[in-house]
Write a protein of this length. Structure first.
Length: 128
């Protein structure tokens, strides 16, 4: 779903939400405590940062590699991955979609854990 976004419907956001939904299914199957131990907040923050760095890194790479032509942020064709401008553009879009997917997955998972996790000392509605 993530890679399909460059050439059709789909992309990083949709793929990231699908991956995040797998963590929701894990919580349903094994419980919030086991899921929280397996996927800690530190790991989630690391994944969130990695996705942002991939996105920004591709943009900076485009600027650096395209300085001789026209420094444009996210003009993927200037990244020297292959010898063809169109292939470079497609690969650059795939890298950006992967970064977006990782970031969206981490953010949606973080939102879910924040909503579900009962903090110590918090009163839950309906408890006496």
């Amino acid at each position: 779903m993530i890679i399909h976004g460059a050439g059709g419907p789909g992309g990083g956001f949709q793929g990231g939400v699908i991956i995040a939904s797998s963590f929701v299914l894990y919580v349903i199957a094994f419980g919030i405590v086991k899921a929280g131990n397996r996927f800690s907040e530190a790991k989630n923050t690391m994944l969130f940062s990695t996705g942002v760095y991939i996105y920004a890194g591709v943009g900076l790479l485009c600027i650096i590699c395209g300085l001789a032509f026209a420094a444009q942020f996210l003009n993927y064709g200037f990244i020297p991955l292959t010898h063809h401008f169109e292939e470079n553009r497609a690969l650059g879009m795939d890298l950006v979609e992967i970064g977006i997917g990782i970031t969206v997955m981490a953010v949606i998972t973080s939102i879910f854990f924040n909503l579900v996790w009962k903090r110590e000392g918090e009163e839950v509605e309906g408890e006496d």
